[in-house]
Design a protein around this ligand. Structure first.
Ligand code: ISJ
Length: 291
């Protein structure tokens, strides 16, 4: 986990410093760079840490973070959660970084390996297979350090930076889960939202998250170049990812998409499983596999 420590010189110079640190957790992938790039420009009290989405959800639930960019499906399962910003990670079509790789036709999938960093896309993959093909595969955890070649599952879910690269193996077919959802429902899909637990005083972080997103979008060219260099992508792909594949604003259409996702997650018994998963934080994907 990366911790960006506060700059003591800036803290001294800042007359609004209240000695109140807000612990903010964001996704460690390129997709959230525009949301966090300039966060501490606005508010030096923010202590930012980066991690994979599933761990952020566990850290928010366990009180280790005050605000986190958690998987949208996690925000459905705790009535104490509050969405604090219209900055989010969404898509209106192909998302590029959430892929389901098939070794057999979708209707024949019996085993499904799920990226341990994911909660939302893990639910989305199961919803798509159940609703469109009537299949309910056995779920197998795919550890973060493993990739498609480390599992013999019939279908493999990968998310984040590593899902943007094409694997060496040639698959029966590959779904971009953003594209599949948007084509199937006609609605955008929201992967992650800034979420807090009720009752916390965030000292204005809500507005800061929005301003940071707006400033991040103004600096998108630089973020795309940095991302391309860090991940070995072309600058065109990186810029297209950040400006066309991803969408960072929670508006009315995105809320409609969320509502439908929530209903389908409940109908497919994925939300109670998420509850079980939360109370067993250290064996989360085990409980998914058992459920
Ligand atoms: C688009 C993405 O969205 C992510 C997918 C998430 C999930 O599957 O739980 C959660 C947060 C987002 O970072 C991605 O990771 O590529």
């Amino acid at each position: 986990m990366i911790n960006r420590n506060r700059n003591p010189e800036r803290m001294e110079a800042d007359s609004t410093w209240t000695h109140q640190t807000i612990r903010v957790g964001a996704v460690s992938y390129l997709n959230s760079r525009p949301l966090v790039e300039s966060l501490d420009t606005y508010q030096p009290e923010i202590e930012l840490s980066l991690d994979v989405p599933s761990r952020l959800a566990d850290q928010l639930a366990g009180g280790k973070l005050d605000v986190a960019l958690i998987p949208s499906v996690e925000s459905f399962v705790d009535s104490n959660y509050r969405i604090v910003s219209d900055a989010c990670i969404a898509t209106h079509g192909p998302v590029l970084s959430v892929k389901l790789y098939f070794r057999v036709p979708p209707g024949k999938v019996k085993t499904l390996a799920l990226d341990e960093g994911s909660r939302t896309s893990a639910a989305l993959a199961q919803i798509m297979l159940a609703e469109r093909f009537g299949v309910h595969p056995d779920r197998i955890p795919l550890p973060l350090e493993q990739s498609t070649s480390d599992t013999s599952a019939d279908a493999v879910l990968l998310i984040g930076d590593r899902a943007m690269h094409t694997p060496a193996e040639s698959f029966h077919s590959v779904w971009d889960l953003g594209e599949e959802w948007v084509t199937w429902t006609g609605l955008p899909f929201v992967f992650a939202m800034w979420t807090t637990r009720s009752g916390l005083d965030l000292h204005g972080v809500e507005a800061v998250l929005q301003q940071a997103r707006d400033l991040g979008l103004e600096r998108i060219n630089k973020i795309a170049i940095d991302g391309a260099n860090a991940l070995g992508l072309s600058q065109d792909v990186s810029l297209h990812y950040l400006t066309k594949n991803l969408y960072f604003k929670l508006g009315e259409a995105e809320r409609e998409g969320l509502k439908l996702f929530r209903r389908l997650a409940a109908e497919n018994n994925l939300i109670p499983q998420m509850n079980t998963l939360r109370s067993r934080r250290h064996s989360s994907t085990d409980s998914l596999a058992r459920a």
